[in-house]
Ligand binder design. Structure first.
Ligand SMILES: Cc1cc2nc3c(=O)[nH]c(=O)nc-3n(C[C@H](O)[C@H](O)[C@H](O)COP(=O)(O)OP(=O)(O)OC[C@H]3O[C@@H](n4cnc5c(N)ncnc54)[C@H](O)[C@@H]3O)c2cc1C
Length: 366
C-alpha cells in the first residue's frame, strides 16, 4: 500500500484519490480553498460529455472509455449525475467540425442520427439554421452535473478514508513531498499535482510557458415559447462554423450558453468577476442561428480558467514519483474518472510513464 499525496481537489484530484483507495492505497488531498472550490474549473452546474471530437478520433475513442469510468462512479456514489439528452452538432460545410466528427463515427462504428430540414426544425424550433444544415445527434451525451459530482466524490472519498485538507495551499514541491503555504512539509510515496490553471503559477520554471485562458459562460432564461424545446432537447456541441455550445436545463439546472470566441488569455489571479453585459456578447456569438436572441434574459455569468496550448492535447507528465496533470483545456471534466484510474494504474506499475503521457495525448486510445 502506498500513500498518494494529491494537490488540488477538482475532478482530477478527487478522481485520483478515489482510484487510489479503490486499489487499497491511502490518499491525502490538499486543496487551497474549500471543497468544492467554486473557483476551480470543475465546479459549475454542468459540463458536457459528448462523442463528437472533430478529426481527433482518438479522443472519441477515449470518450467511449470515459463513459465506462462514469458508470463505476455512479455505482460508488449511488446516484447518476448525468442526463443522456443526446449531443447535437450541426454541419454547414463539407469539412467542418461536425462533418469530421461524423466521418470519425463512421470509421469507429459509433451510432448517430442525421437530422435535416423538418426533422432538425422539430427538434430545435428555437434555432434558425441555414437550409443546408445537417445535424448529427449522438448518444450517450449531455450534461454531467459537475458541482454535484465534485461534492459527492469528496464525500465518497472522505468516507473511504481519504484525508481531505481544505485551505491548505501547496507552495513548493520537493520530489514526492510538498511544502504548504504555512511551511508544513507533507510527504507521500507518490505525488499527483492536479491544480488546474494554477500550475504555471505554482511551477513557473517548468510550466510557466503554458498559456492559461479565462472562459465565461452565461446562464440564461429563454423566451417562454422555447422553454420546453431547450428543456427536452439535446446539448448543442457546435453550430456550423460558430464555436458556440449549450447545456440544457436538465434536472433542476439552468440553460447555459458558451462560445469559443469568448475565451480570453488570462490567469486566475485576474479574478472571477463578470459584468452581466458580457452575457450579451456570448449570446451575440450565436448570430442568426438563435431565434429571438434579444428575448433571452441573462441570469449570471460563470467564469473559469484552464490551461490550453495549440496542440489541444492533454498533458500528463511523470517525473520520478511525481505526476503532473495539465492542458486540461475546456475538455477534461468528462475524462476525470478515467484519468484517475490511469494515473493510479501507472503508479502501480501497470503502464509506463511514457505510455501514460502518450495515452493522455490521445495517441494510444485504441
Ligand atoms: C468555463 C469552462 C467550461 C468547460 N466546459 C467543459 C465541458 O463542457 N466538458 C468538459 O469535459 N470539460 C469542460 N471544461 C474543462 C474542465 O472543467 C476542466 O478541464 C477540469 O474541470 C479540470 O479539472 P482539474 O481537477 O484539473 O482542475 P480544477 O477543477 O481547476 O481543480 C484544481 C483545484 O486545485 C486547487 N489548487 C490550485 N492551486 C493549488 C495549490 N497550490 N495547492 C492546493 N490546491 C490548489 C484549486 O483551488 C482547484 O480546486 C470547462 C472548463 C471551463 C473553465
Amino acid at each position: 500500500m502506498a500513500h498518494i499525496l494529491i494537490a488540488g481537489a477538482g475532478i482530477v484530484g478527487l478522481s485520483v484519490a478515489r482510484a487510489a483507495v479503490r486499489r487499497g492505497h491511502a490518499a491525502t488531498v490538499l486543496e487551497r480553498g474549500e471543497v468544492p472550490n467554486p473557483k476551480g474549473a470543475s465546479v459549475d452546474q454542468h459540463r458536457m460529455i459528448r462523442l463528437h471530437y472533430g478529426a481527433a478520433e482518438d479522443y472519441t475513442r477515449m470518450v467511449q472509455a470515459a463513459f465506462g469510468a462514469w458508470e463505476s462512479v455512479w455505482a460508488d456514489l449511488g446516484v447518476r449525475h448525468f442526463a443522456d439528452t443526446g449531443a447535437l452538432a450541426v454541419s454547414t460545410a463539407p469539412d467542418d467540425y461536425t462533418a469530421r466528427s461524423r466521418a470519425a463515427f463512421d470509421r469507429l462504428g459509433v451510432g448517430y442520427e442525421v437530422l435535416e430540414g423538418d426533422a432538425l426544425a422539430a427538434l430545435c424550433p428555437q434555432l434558425d439554421p441555414p437550409a443546408s444544415a445537417c445535424g448529427v445527434l449522438a448518444r450517450p451525451g449531455g450534461p454531467l452535473f459537475a458541482d454535484r459530482i465534485v461534492a459527492d466524490l469528496a464525500r465518497f472519498c472522505a468516507a473511504e478514508g481519504v484525508r481531505i485538507r481544505t485551505r491548505t495551499a501547496v507552495a513548493a514541491i520537493e520530489g514526492s513531498a510538498v511544502v504548504t503555504g504555512e511551511g508544513e512539509r507533507i510527504a507521500g510515496d507518490f505525488l499527483v499535482v492536479a491544480v488546474g490553471a494554477w500550475l504555471p503559477g505554482l511551477l513557473p520554471q517548468r510550466f510557466g510557458h503554458l498559456p492559461t485562458y479565462r472562459q465565461a459562460l452565461c446562464y440564461v432564461e429563454p423566451p417562454a415559447r422555447y422553454r420546453a424545446a431547450w428543456a427536452d432537447g439535446p446539448a448543442l456541441v457546435v453550430l456550423g462554423e460558430r464555436g458556440v455550445y449549450t447545456l440544457p436545463p436538465a434536472a433542476g439546472t439552468d440553460l447555459k450558453f458558451g462560445s469559443g470566441e469568448h475565451r480570453r488569455h488570462a490567469a486566475p489571479d485576474a479574478g472571477f468577476a463578470s459584468a452581466l453585459e458580457e452575457a450579451r456578447e456570448v449570446i451575440a456569438d450565436f448570430g442568426p442561428w438563435l431565434r429571438d436572441a434579444d428575448q433571452y434574459t441573462p441570469l449570471r455569468m460563470q467564469v473559469g480558467y484552464y490551461v490550453m496550448d495549440a496542440t489541444r492535447r492533454f498533458r500528463i507528465e511523470a517525473d520520478g514519483r511525481c505526476v503532473f496533470v495539465t492542458n486540461c483545456d475546456g475538455q477534461m471534466f468528462k475524462f476525470g474518472p478515467l484519468i484517475g484510474e490511469r494515473i493510479i494504474a501507472a503508479l502501480d506499475g501497470e503502464l509506463s510513464a511514457a505510455s501514460l503521457t502518450r495515452w493522455a495525448a490521445g495517441e494510444a486510445a485504441g
